[in-house]
Design a protein around this ligand. Structure first.
Ligand code: SAH
Length: 375
């Protein structure tokens, strides 16, 4: 095998956790090994959750020794592991000197959902989200995204397909997944691959605020379930809640959503997330406008009670208001649910994921900076 070197002449080990089958095949064939090693190693990594090359017993000892020189199975260190009174479990993972990310496991009867992060912090600056307050530091690598599922599977003892604890993965943690497109796509590919986690397209959900060119691309590249953080029915209000709306307004967002559904061969729907903010977006008129906006789209609406955090400036709509809002949607034929808040006592609920972020974005004008992929 050729050993790649860095400037200090130390071997640069490639972290295999973030590699798709195709990447692994390139990795092995470039090194003069047979391509089928790729699927063997992929199964060891993601089905058996191997943390050490020595566990890979159908691989020769010589190859295992070489792999130790050139490759790694590198997961972030868990620095915090807490379980909520409702069973929700939150991990904080240290990914480098200054940065931490959060991953949340939500068990329900018959299913277990892992909510993972795609970036360290977030550049989108949604006014009701505490992750936004932390600013943006960097994109996660594909290995760091996949490692959250790998690590959680190990810690939950979920290493057999029969007794799978993680049945669903949602990209709804820290970050905007479509602003880290390539790494997120690789991770999704691994989640869905038969040699890895084998999750069906309905069991992997990407949540986005609506970064349109990338949303259109996603519809061509994959068919994962889509959740769109809508939160408002007029551009004026959405501009103030989800500032990326200034660049990609509602009319264009809805057109892209229609296109996403059209791209899918099988019947599919989009989940629209709508955070309920007292006196901001929760009137009867808003509900009626929402029905109109979603006309012609196979949609489910998920009403999210706002999770408060210090100095947010917002209050959650009262439950009767949320219920009435839901009723208006249901009467018009839309499927609407009210999201049950989970893990509140350990700050694991939506918008409460803050990790610890080394903010590198504050000094720059966010939406015009090519670093965030917004231009
Ligand atoms: N950037 C992506 C994914 C991360 S946010 C997106 O915008 O979809 C995941 C969901 O939590 C989004 O719908 C987001 O709007 C919602 N959310 C953020 N802060 C919240 C809060 N304080 N209370 C309730 N939901 C919140």
């Amino acid at each position: 095998m050729n050993v790649p070197v860095n400037l200090l002449d130390k071997p640069v080990k490639q972290n295999l956790l973030g590699m798709t089958l195709q990447d692994l095949e390139v990795f092995f064939t470039k090194s003069g090994e047979k391509a089928f090693r790729a699927s063997q190693v992929m199964k060891w990594l993601h089905q058996h959750l191997a943390a050490d090359f020595d566990e890979m017993t159908n691989i020769s000892k010589t190859l295992r020794e070489t792999l130790k020189q050139v490759a790694s199975i590198d997961a972030p260190e868990i620095v915090f592991d807490q379980t909520s009174s409702d069973g929700t479990r939150k991990w904080v993972m240290q990914i480098d000197g200054g940065n931490k990310i959060e991953t949340v496991y939500i068990p329900e009867s018959g299913r277990g959902t892992l909510c993972i992060s795609s970036q360290v912090g977030c550049a989108l600056d949604c006014s009701f989200c505490s992750t936004a307050r932390q600013g943006f530091s960097r994109n996660l690598t594909s290995a760091e995204i996949v490692a959250q599922v790998w690590m959680a599977s190990r810690l939950l003892g979920s290493n057999s397909r029969e007794d799978r604890k993680i049945t669903n993965v949602v990209l709804m943690g820290m970050g905007e997944p479509l602003l880290n497109y390539d790494n997120v796509l690789k991770a999704i590919t691994i989640f869905m691959h038969d040699n890895a986690y084998g999750l069906s397209k309905r069991r992997v959900t990407l949540s986005t605020s609506g970064v349109l060119p990338k949303l259109d691309l996603l519809g061509q590249d994959t068919n994962v379930a889509l959740a769109v953080s809508l939160h408002a029915v007029t551009d004026k209000i959405r501009d103030s809640l989800v500032p990326v709306n200034k660049k990609y307004p509602l009319k264009d967002l809805m057109a892209s959503c229609r296109q996403y559904i059209n791209n899918q061969s099988a019947k599919t729907h989009i989940t629209f997330e709508y955070v309920m903010l007292d006196g901001v977006n929760d009137s009867r008129d808003d509900a009626v406008k929402l029905v109109k906006l979603l006309k012609g789209i196979t949609a489910k609406v998920n009403l999210i009670p706002f999770n408060p955090f210090p100095d947010s400036g917002y209050e959650c709509s009262p439950m009767p208001v949320i219920k009435e809002f839901k009723e208006i949607l249901m009467k018009s034929g839309l499927i609407a649910t009210i999201r049950k808040t989970r893990g509140e006592d350990i700050d694991a609920a939506c918008g409460q994921l803050v990790g610890k972020v080394e903010d590198k974005s504050r000094r720059e004008r966010k939406f015009e900076n090519p670093r965030y992929g917004m231009k």
